[in-house]
Design a protein around this ligand. Structure first.
Ligand SMILES: Nc1nc2c(c(=O)[nH]1)N[C@H]1C(S)=C(S)[C@@H](COP(=O)(O)O)O[C@H]1N2
Ligand SMILES: [Mo]
Length: 337
């Protein structure tokens, strides 16, 4: 229903216009991880991408002495760093909300990598950039992916070399991509080749400006220090509606996900019409904020018709701007009750 007919689990297009929308209806209790072949793709590998074998990253900018690290040394230092969700800030209904996935990641914490250099006084921010030259001009995106962080933003961030126990695919950023747990994917720079210490007055990058609206900034900030951390606020949506018959009586089971937030939310409410009150989702419990949590709700609609399924965080009181604005409402057409 008004979600567009974008094919899911199918890689389409090339370079910056490459997309793969993950089929969320396949999420199950025992398959919370998205297989690498169907992990979403928001931009594909460049045809100009150099080979991984000779890859290096440069640590420079306001440091005493720039340093170059080889991909080999990073691969040797890589270790499992857990299961994390990634979502594109441009994940919309038109593409069936398929720009969200979960993987098991391995890599090296950014903080460990930075131990190799001594920043100069005044080096208060960190610019992380990736390879972004493309053979063809994009119809949809601005090339040049880099992001500026405060050191404290990167406490849990890592440079990933593997996802789901295999080397990263080129489309997912091989040989090296940044993962910032809890932040929108736009900050998770792929094909990382440079980390530079910069001054507090550094200007926002083109990637930050491209994503200002989608990460709910106040306008388009000129300076990195005015750019709010692009944290994924708590959100939830249905991903599957099942029809069950029980001694001739029909009912429906709605399966959904809840994700985001910096603390586990405690209670979720659901409604089926915009003017209804939210009803509690029974048994909802979110313990691990690094991944999506499944929830389900048994529902017996009274009449056939079209219903708008909307979720809300009912406890604790938290900011959930996209969720509350109806961003993740999904419509379902019920033909029989
Ligand atoms: N170098 C580079 N890194 C990038 C991008 C890009 O265009 N170029 N896109 C970003 C965006 S907007 C998102 S949502 C994630 C998507 O990562 P994925 O395609 O591996 O899912 O990568 C981010 N890193
Ligand atoms: Mo994105």
């Amino acid at each position: 229903m008004n979600e567009g007919m974008a094919p899911v689990d199918t890689r389409m297009g090339e370079e910056l216009d490459c997309r793969l929308y993950t089929d969320l209806s396949r999420i199950h209790e025992n398959s919370l991880v998205t297989p690498s072949q169907t992990f979403y793709i928001r931009s594909g590998a460049s045809e100009l991408l150099p080979s991984s074998a000779a890859w290096t990253i440069t640590l420079d900018g306001l440091v005493d002495r720039p340093v170059q690290l080889t991909i080999e040394s990073l691969r040797r230092a890589a270790r499992p760093l857990g299961r994390h969700l990634m979502e594109c800030a441009g994940n919309v209904r038109l593409t069936r909300f398929g720009l969200i996935s979960v993987a098991d990641w391995s890599g090296v914490p950014v903080m460990d990598v930075l131990k190799g250099v001594s920043p100069k006084p005044g080096a208060s921010r960190i610019l992380i950039s990736g390879f972004d030259d493309y053979a063809t001009e994009s119809r949809t995106s601005v090339p040049g992916a880099s992001w500026i962080f405060r050191p404290e933003d990167l406490q849990n961030a890592f440079l990933s070399t593997e996802m789901n126990g295999q080397p990263l695919t080129r489309d997912h950023g091989a040989p090296l991509r940044l993962v910032v747990p809890g932040w929108y994917g736009c900050s998770c720079i792929k094909w990382v080749n440079r980390i530079s210490f910069v001054e507090d007055g550094a200007e926002t990058t083109s990637q930050m400006r491209e994503y200002a609206v989608r990460t709910l900034q106040d306008g388009v900030p000129q300076y990195a220090r005015d750019f709010a951390p692009p944290i994924i606020e708590p959100a939830a949506m249905p991903v599957r509606v099942e029809k069950w018959s029980d001694n001739g009586r029909l009912h429906y089971r709605i399966l959904g996900i809840a994700w985001g937030g910096i603390q586990p939310i405690q209670a979720l409410g659901i409604r089926f019409q915009p003017d209804e009150d939210f009803q509690p989702v029974p048994g909802f419990r979110r313990s691990n904020i690094d991944v999506w949590t499944l929830w389900s709700y048994f529902w017996t609609p009274r009449h056939p018709g079209t219903y708008a399924i909307q979720l809300a965080v009912t406890a604790p009181k938290v900011q959930a701007r996209k969720l509350d604005a109806g961003f993740y409402v999904r419509w379902v057409n019920i033909r029989e009750t």
